[in-house]
Design a binder for this molecule. Structure first.
Ligand SMILES: [Zn+2]
Length: 51
């Protein structure tokens, strides 16, 4: 229980070119559902992302 969680957090986030929301790189934007100009998922859809 010592400092093991310190490495987690502050991941590098990139602003989505579509909506500007900060999302994980190389991930579908969770806000607008776009990734590389392609609508991958429906916006605001509840998606369980497996880690
Ligand atoms: Zn977006």
């Amino acid at each position: 229980m010592r400092r093991s969680q310190d490495a987690i957090g502050a991941p590098n986030l990139r602003p989505c070119p579509k909506c500007g929301a900060y999302v994980m790189p190389h991930r579908v934007c969770s806000e607008c559902g776009y990734y590389k100009d392609v609508l991958v998922v429906e916006p605001k859809a509840k998606i369980k992302e497996t880690k």
